[in-house]
Design a protein around this ligand. Structure first.
Ligand SMILES: C[S@@+](CC[C@H](N)C(=O)[O-])C[C@H]1O[C@@H](n2cnc3c(N)ncnc32)[C@H](O)[C@@H]1O
Length: 141
């Protein structure tokens, strides 16, 4: 069977010219916002959203107009995660419902949820299996 993952290009010396090391990913994202590397009002996708805390951080820091949260949304099928019962972790909801509830208080961003296996490239996002929009959101396509 062919490898479903596209080849990942290696780093070249020129990529290191202005490289910067951050102690924490939050510092890196905050620097992107501060320096205008990622301007407010854009479209952002997070592939593998987990329990949604980083999604909230991305939305609050980068202030995108639209945000796509892509995940298998099946973590509730495990009995425990990181030593905690998933019923407790997800407040007796399934993974997707929990994530939806967590992000519902971000009225200024159009949320698009993509359920399915990770796309090979960002352009592949529309091939995710299920898509649906939260209340008051416009259609995804
Ligand atoms: C450790 S969590 C990451 C959470 C989040 N990005 C963060 O930094 O807090 C990994 C997530 O990736 C999701 N995941 C794993 N394989 C995936 C795949 N093939 N496609 C989409 N999501 C996937 C899992 O369901 C899980 O929610």
């Amino acid at each position: 069977m062919a490898n479903p993952i596209a080849p990942i290009p290696g780093l070249k010396p020129r990529h290191m010219d202005s490289a910067k090391l951050y102690a924490h990913r939050h510092h890196m994202i905050s620097a992107f916002a501060r320096k205008g590397v990622i301007a407010p009002g854009g479209a952002i996708a997070e592939v593998g959203v987990g329990i949604g805390d980083f999604s909230l951080f991305l939305i609050d820091t980068l202030k995108p107009t639209s945000f796509a949260g892509c995940d298998l949304f099946t973590l509730h099928e495990h009995a425990t995660m990181w030593g905690q019962p998933t019923t407790e972790m997800f407040d007796n909801l399934d993974h997707l419902s929990y994530y939806e509830r967590k992000l519902k208080d971000r009225p200024d961003v159009v949320l698009r949820l993509e359920q399915g296996a990770q796309p090979r490239r960002p352009g592949d996002l529309p091939t995710c299996l299920v898509r649906h929009d939260l209340h008051r959101r416009r259609p995804c396509l």
